[in-house]
Design a protein around this ligand. Structure first.
Ligand code: THU
Length: 136
């Protein structure tokens, strides 16, 4: 499954719309029912209106009725090149993932390729996080 998600993230990266940063990102998100949703970054001339690949994938999945996620694979790098570094999810995307995941159980994979990747729990990337239970 890990390999499949990484391949799907690398493939989704090809859909990235990143004419400003030229940094293209793809993500593949595994839901708890086995469904997989991909996303890419979509930039905007008004930079703040851009959306990261991870959030594109989460919002696609949530809009299809999914609410719990188990794993996400992320791959990114400069346009026209294979990923040279691991593409770490930004803070906003970590927080968005946290809304729909158990931080101890969710695995975040950052990949350069199917054979070169690292994996972390979401809690490792977003410790002591804030969530809905605190405001209910
Ligand atoms: N980006 C992502 O897609 N995911 C992240 O977690 C970090 C950044 C995108 C946003 C923007 O289009 C480009 O990478 C450069 O910041």
């Amino acid at each position: 499954m890990k390999e499949k998600l990484i391949k799907m993230a690398l493939d989704a990266r090809r859909g990235a719309y990143a004419p400003y940063s030229h940094y293209q990102v793809g993500a593949a998100l595994l839901a708890d029912d086995g469904g997989i949703f991909t996303g890419c970054n979509v930039e905007n001339a008004s930079y703040g209106a851009s959306c990261c690949a991870e959030r594109t994938a989460v919002f696609r999945a949530v809009s299809e009725g999914k609410r719990r996620f188990l794993t996400i694979a992320v791959a990114g790098g400069l346009e026209g090149r294979e990923p040279a570094e691991y593409a770490w999810p930004c803070g906003i995307c970590r927080q968005v993932l946290r809304e729909f995941a158990d931080g101890n159980k969710m695995t975040v994979i950052v990949a350069k390729s199917v054979s070169d990747y690292k994996e972390y729990s979401l809690n490792e990337l977003l410790p002591n996080s804030f969530g809905g239970e605190s405001i209910q």
